[in-house]
Design a protein around this ligand. Structure first.
Ligand code: M6R
Length: 616
């Protein structure tokens, strides 16, 4: 939600900011704006719509050359996505500009006070209140912009990243964070602020992770971090282990396509270094001792969206391999139902971005109740792993498309590793059983690559079905969350009605939806070992087909039972039942991507969405 960039250094601030906003546009794309300090003046431009609208405006009305500035790309919360509500927001005198990510919850009261004191507010946003508060505090802080921001932050409630520039402090940019992300990029004679490192990765890979309730001041020659009271604060410095090319489209039409294709490598990278020479799993970022893990008597997985589907699949593996009871819950619901939590409960929080506010609030609730939290996350330095007791990074590389793909597969792998590790530590799995699953996991990158090679018929089918108004997905066991994930992908990208069902539930109601020609996509488990799940879903496919549905079936190579009952068969390589989602999800990603493309939609930036959801 909202991308933020700030720059101080010798380069053209506008060029650095526009390039950074392009990389951050996945975070929000309702409007964009910039503010620069040039020749003793503050210049600002902002436009509703995508970054391209702002760039067109800048081409028509070029801004002056400047070396200090800030930029913003917005996902609207308070106020419609119009020019007027686009960031930056200025004070009454036009001397300072503010950009913001998050929600200032007490803004109505602050705004009323400001208006009483004679300020003229011109937008419907919560952010603008901050600009006017800073206008009051800047002189009171003797022109020290960081001090003025600290004073303002102490008055704010809610979640915020704020970045500010002021005409009377032309060589600094200041920022503050509470519950929303902000990282510093440390360059040589230049420094950057951004919502995530991709904004400055082309210039530096040295980053500083800001902590909760910190204010930062960047200058050409340095960076100063304090808490909201002005005390020096410590922050973690780290080196980013991927480069600018990882955040580019690399010749693909969409980031999503590139990220789908990257899945074999991403899965291999998640597995890398986890198995020691003796064949034992070692998860060194766990920071929870084996003894603590042996005390666990319940696991609760919390997550949102696609990550929640990964959690649903994890439950099958965790309970099967460890015999520990496992619940899976949407993070947005978790803390409101008063869950039973204690020291013996391990909470697993799954998030690609590490920023999802619903999840952050849920994990804080769990820790407040004494539970231990293990984060499974893709984004180094983000808030969720930092606030957890332990973290397992997925190492998938940056995921830019709003629709999560490689994020999902690598979350699955991380969940399998955690389940196996618990099985190892608690002795519920023999060493050779673990080795055998690990070998199966190691074969997955090759099998995912095989699935990807055979995707042309899936793309053709997607183009053929692009005028459909509804598609249903069926699965059983781990195939059920895969069905949910297939439906979510289609909803968010193609904007059509799509629903995933547990196939056994059909007869309890949803079968009434079936009508002539309705596409129904079914995920069929492996047929081996007289798999009862396989036979049951074959019956369910026959039931929908008998009522006129067009049956599209994802089944293993060599599973001939489906030939007679399916209108289309999508083949995937064989895999153990629990690991099959690593393969069966891939055609559904490709299907949704192609269908949305055929409808002419922006696949990477679907309407109304943002990549990181940093509001509740
Ligand atoms: O960054 P997170 O994994 O915490 O994000 C959770 C969801 O917002 C995310 O998976 C969302 O559902 C995706 N757009 C789905 O493709």
């Amino acid at each position: 939600m909202c991308g933020i960039v700030g720059y101080v250094g010798p380069r053209s601030a506008l060029d650095v900011i526009i390039e950074g906003l392009r990389r951050l546009e996945y975070r929000g794309y309702d409007s964009a704006g910039v503010a620069l300090i040039a020749g003793g003046k503050l210049e600002s431009e902002r436009r509703a719509g995508k970054l391209a609208n702002l760039e067109a405006a800048l081409a028509e009305h070029p801004m002056s050359e400047a070396n200090t500035g800030i930029g913003h790309t917005r996902w609207a919360t308070h106020g419609a996505p119009t020019d007027r509500n686009a960031h930056p927001h200025l004070d009454c005198t036009g001397s300072l500009a503010v950009i913001h990510n998050g929600i200032i919850e007490n803004f109505a009261r602050l705004r009323a006070g400001l208006e009483e004191r004679g300020h003229e507010l011109t937008s419907d946003t919560d952010t603008e209140a901050v600009a006017h508060l800073l206008e009051e505090e800047f002189p009171a802080a003797d022109g020290d912009l960081a001090e003025a921001l600290r004073r303002v932050c102490r008055k704010l409630q809610g979640a915020f990243t704020l970045v500010v520039t002021h005409v009377d402090a032309p060589d600094v940019v200041v920022g503050a964070r509470r519950n929303s992300p902000l990282v510093v990029g440390r360059g040589d004679g230049e420094n950057f602020l951004a919502s995530d490192v991709s904004a400055f990765i082309a210039h530096t890979r040295e980053a500083v992770e800001l902590g909760q309730d910190q204010v930062v001041e960047i200058r050409r020659d340095g960076v100063t971090v304090t808490d909201f009271d002005g005390n020096p604060a410590t922050s973690r410095e780290y080196h980013v282990d991927w480069d600018a090319s990882a955040a580019e489209k690399g010749g693909y039409d969409w980031f999503m396509l590139k990220e789908i294709e990257e899945q074999p490598q991403a899965v291999a990278d998640t597995l890398l270094g986890r198995i020691d020479v003796a064949g034992r799993l070692s998860l060194d970022e766990m920071r929870l001792s084996d003894e603590e893990l042996r005390e666990i008597d319940k696991i609760i997985v919390i997550a949102c969206g696609t990550a929640f589907h990964a959690g649903l699949i994890a439950k099958y593996a965790i309970e099967h391999w460890t015999r520990i009871p496992c619940e899976v819950e949407l993070a947005s619901e978790f803390r409101y139902r008063d869950p039973i939590l204690d020291r013996q409960t391990l909470v697993i929080a799954i998030s690609q971005s590490g920023e999802t506010m619903d999840l952050l609030m849920a994990l804080r609730h769990a820790r407040d109740q004494g539970s231990r939290v293990l984060a499974i996350c893709n984004t180094n330095g983000s808030t969720i792993p930092r606030e957890s007791d332990a973290v397992l990074y997925t190492h998938a590389g940056p995921e830019v498309a709003v629709a999560s793909t490689k994020g999902f597969l690598t979350q699955l792998v991380a969940c399998y590793l955690v389940a196996l590790y618990l099985g190892q530590v608690r002795g519920t799995k023999w060493g050779d059983e673990i080795t055998s699953v690990v070998d199966d996991l190691r074969a997955m990158p090759g099998k995912i690559a095989q699935v990807l090679e055979g995707m042309e018929p899936v793309r053709e089918l997607a183009r053929e079905l692009c005028e459909e108004r509804s598609v249903l997905f069926l699965g059983r066991h781990v195939g059920y969350p895969v069905a949910l994930e297939g439906a979510l992908k289609l909803k968010e990208l193609a904007y059509i009605h799509a629903e995933g069902f547990a196939a056994g539930e059909l007869k309890h109601g949803p079968i009434a939806l079936i009508e002539n020609g309705l596409p129904v996509i079914a995920i069929v488990p492996p047929p081996r070992g007289r798999n009862i799940l396989h036979d049951k879903i074959v019956s369910n496919i026959q039931e929908v087909r008998a009522r006129g549905a067009r049956a599209i079936v994802i089944a293993e190579e060599g599973d001939t039972t489906v030939d007679a009952i399916a209108d289309h068969v999508i083949r995937i390589p064989s895999a153990p039942t629990l690991l099959q989602p690593l393969l069966s999800t891939v055609p559904l990603q490709v299907f949704a991507c192609e269908l949305a493309s055929a409808k002419g939609h922006d696949v990477d930036q679907p309407r109304n969405l943002a990549k990181s959801v940093t509001v509740e």
